[in-house]
Design a protein around this ligand. Sequence first.
Ligand SMILES: Cc1cc2nc3c(=O)[nH]c(=O)nc-3n(C[C@H](O)[C@H](O)[C@H](O)COP(=O)(O)OP(=O)(O)OC[C@H]3O[C@@H](n4cnc5c(N)ncnc54)[C@H](O)[C@@H]3O)c2cc1C
Length: 465
Amino acid sequence: MKKEMLTYDVAVIGGGPGGLPAALAAARQGMKVLLVEKNGYLGGNLAIGLPLLGYLDKDGNPIIKGIAQEFVDALAEKNATSPHHWCPNHNSVTIYDHEVFKIVAFEKCLEAGIDILLHTEVIDVNVDNGTIDSVTLFGKGRKIEVFAEVFIDATGDGDVGYMAGATYEMGQKGTGVLQPPTLMCTVAGVDTEEIIRFIEEHPEQMEMCKTHESYPGYDASYFRKNPDHHVLVGLRKLLAELKEQGKLPIDRDTIIYIQTLEKGVVNLNCTRHLGIDGSDLRDLTRAEIEGHLQNYALIKCLRENVPGFKNAHLTKIYPHMGIRETRRFRGIAQLTEQDVLSGRIGDDAVGLAAYIIDIHAGDGSGTICKKVPTYGLPYGITCSADIKNLMFSGRCASMDAVALSSARVMPPLMAIGEGAGVGAALAIKQGITPGEVDVQEVRAILRANNVMLEPDPDAKVMVFD
Ligand SMILES: Cc1cc2nc3c(=O)[nH]c(=O)nc-3n(C[C@H](O)[C@H](O)[C@H](O)COP(=O)(O)OP(=O)(O)OC[C@H]3O[C@@H](n4cnc5c(N)ncnc54)[C@H](O)[C@@H]3O)c2cc1C
């Protein structure tokens, strides 16, 4: 097969929350950047109907700006986002239009001069003496070999790192069990007012399970105050009853729906697929098929049994399964559970995070949720410990399973990506590896670009009543 050859400074593989900011940050530092994406659009899970969680800390203070905030500002200009609304459960909820996001992503990449290859996958990684020489891409029956100084793996599953032979871990400590994936869908014709009324009359529907902390104020009064901007995780009692009666077609203890910008239209985050490794083709295929069938059956069940859903109908199943967790690669630093619980903000931080520990138990036993203080995202978690010119951005960066359950939401992953992009550019300019870069130089550039590296005591608390 004839092969085309391309040369770049930085090649970013994967155009989701990890990849987009990495590509933008490197390009804005003057690098010649290629962004490779297997879908026909950019965004990854930014385009599958989820809210953005994590711009605010547990008290409602802003903690994430930089490129992550730029996306929201660009969406706001197109009237396609809510502000960051404080939430007693999720700290913050930002609801946006996912189709407009795809447009904004293209606009930003074109503006930065990034070359984009869509419908293209990495099929081989050529490593020589601990360094990646090139990656082989494939699409439409053609191969392209890409040479670059630095490769940033932002594929979620870490496909580049895997093919390069980099060291990784999977699953919860001791068990190796992975958080299960979910196939998102959109449902129209939902009467959210009726759901809120039902919760008002039956407050026990918002009770949490044993492992999920209860958050005072995450009740009907919150939904009443935020009817247009909320994420509901609840209806546990009702689901348990339906399960007992054999009417529930999914193995799930709560309904999660996300109010979209359109009245009566919600996105469901509900399907459940246990024992799935999202980095395994056969498992992934099984989950995609199950996900379609489950969404259809669930909506029928909701229509027949759940207040507010009587006229609900399916309008969209998102184009790919959402994978919560697979490979986490070994970096020169690791973000740990202890860092998260203690709120460690080191002088190596390239961003902040404070989203709750949120583990969907892979054995089907519910969800483990716990509030955490604001903590720092160390630069070293993006630099491979094994391969000199390989970086990881997104959920495949170096974190333990518990730390990942908190840092995995999209705004902190965008912050990690921006740090990786700046680090890659500095490494290339100085003729060193990303792991040898002086983190203070990375931080100086990030700070100048409005990235938050420590909490701002004067920040305006953004609680919307
Ligand atoms: C069901 C579910 C619910 C969630 N809920 C929320 C939420 O409410 N709010 C929130 O902020 N976060 C949420 N998250 C977390 C968040 O969506 C993910 O952790 C985050 O998207 C991971 O970002 P990423 O860039 O690492 O991976 P992804 O978002 O998966 O992006 C990876 C990109 O790489 C591309 N790619 C993959 N392999 C290749 C390859 N070999 N070659 C080329 N391209 C490739 C993919 O097509 C994709 O575009 C949720 C996750 C899931 C699964």
